[in-house]
Design a protein. Sequence first.
Length: 394
Amino acid sequence: MSLIDREHEHFLQTYKRLPVVVDRAEGMYVHAADGTRYLDFLGGIAVNALGHSHPKIIEAIDRQMRRYMHLSNYFYQDAQIEFVERLCAASGYERAFLTNSGTEANEGAIKLARTHGHANGKAGIIGFSGGFHGRSYGALSIMDKPRYKDGMGPFLPDTAVLPFNDAAALRDAVNETTAALVVEFLQGEGGIYWASEEFVATMFELREKFGLLIVGDEIQAGGGRTGDFLSFERFGVRPDIVTVAKGIGGGLPLGAILATESLATVWGSGQHGTTFGGNAVACAAGSAVLDELAGGVMKHARETGEILLAGLNALATEFPELVREIRGAGAIFGIELSVPSGPFVDAMLARHIIVNSTNDNVIRLLPPMIYEREHIDELMIGLRACFSEATVTA
């Protein structure tokens, strides 16, 4: 029985897996068991910020594992503290709570916002169309995609989903009972859409007017992926709470809730917790990632992203009937098509290049932040060939 057959026999079939049996992965490439090498422009869905099997991450993991792997959050642990010190320095936030994942970070952020607003009768949590915040009930309650929610309700009370980038709708909906707005300043799953300047300004105006909190979901677009450590930095604003995960762990499960000093005492002892969040091995890996980002990887992603953007815009000019728009920066891009994007994922895989489809008609690119000009050239050859075939058969 093949490995694929064995998976089908025992797993709940919730994943549409690529037909690739992986043997190993190094740098920008995934190597299949049959010897095929694939260029990875998905990067573990934005997790492998430094590529696969990065030696600094492996060294940090090995060193920590030989000391201990898990103790629990009843102990002071240098691996945790050193990681959080780096994370606060990189983000500019004073306080952190460590989690296992982005979903868990967002769930905790909702709890923190409601705890903060409880004394003043503020319980409302508002999300926005196209947003993706995870698979928990809190996250699903502020998301609008039916395929993630059908048959799973009812969801959390006092929640709402408003149109993304609709400042007028936001003004109409927010009031004295609103505890928080939860927003991706650059939507990942939603198709790589930036928030508009007007929309961001309106959110922060309403924060001042009603005393609500703004939660910035930076799980996919954060961690240096846009060339800034957090994607909202381009707007010159500072949310009250920020959630991060994915790339900050370098391949291990690690996330965090970041908060301003003003929220430091909202939770008391025992009001929130986690068994595995802040695992010492994951934190050691995270410190290695943050060291590399500060050492030039983030700057490299910003500069390489400009080259990739120019190449993608040239493709859009070459195939105007197929490519509607190019969006993104650094190491996160969306190619919006006039047709469904799913078939292009298969066509690129046949050319040994891994990309992803999101929001039905967007090719999503989330390469490791170490990608170089040679990888861009390889990607462009594949995209041009696929687009040429689509044009011929259209």
